[in-house]
Design a protein around this ligand. Structure first.
Ligand code: ATP
Ligand code: MG
Length: 137
């Protein structure tokens, strides 16, 4: 089995659709193995998105991700990383088909509802940013 880090981003928390999003992952068969509500500090954001530091959208990305509370969770199951990414849909909601989370809830790139780790390496790195060993059940 694999574990992946998922964030329900500030836009989704503000829209009160956390339950709906968590339900989709649970219904699919993934297991919650850690979860918390937190406000991402600029320091955490910089760590999380370090690969995008030089990108033109970086300031907007940091401003958005720190704009309100997020739900961070670890989902575990067979091929969890790929399954979550497929369920999320493409980064740009314009390209996200109905049935995907972004395709059902989002219209613009910045406010795209969810984050999911994109590889095993990112998953390990990102889980460590948000959770201690003891918080993983
Ligand atoms: P995430 O990492 O949030 O799961 P992703 O892996 O689909 O999304 P990345 O390429 O890692 O996409 O980009 C991280 C985030 O940066 C995206 O979710 C999006 O909000 C923002 N972003 C990416 N590319 C652009 C862009 N060209 N313009 C504006 N925002 C962008
Ligand atoms: Mg990414």
């Amino acid at each position: 089995v694999e574990s992946t880090l998922v964030l329900i981003k500030p836009d989704a928390v503000a829209r009160k659709i956390c339950g709906e999003i968590i339900s989709r992952f649970e219904r699919r068969g993934l297991t919650l193995t850690a979860m918390k509500l937190l406000r991402i500090t600029p320091e955490i954001a910089a760590k999380h998105y370090e690969e995008h530091r030089e990108k033109p959208f970086y300031p907007e990305l940091l401003e958005f991700i720190t704009s309100g509370p997020v739900v961070a969770m670890v989902l575990t199951g067979p091929e969890a990383i790929k399954i979550v990414r497929t369920m999320m849909g493409p980064t740009n909601p314009v390209n996200a088909p109905p049935g995907t989370i972004r395709g059902d809830y989002a219209t613009i790139m910045t406010n795209n509802i969810v984050h999911g780790s994109d590889s095993e390496t990112s998953a390990k790195r990102e889980i460590n940013i948000y959770f201690t060993e003891q918080e993983l059940v």
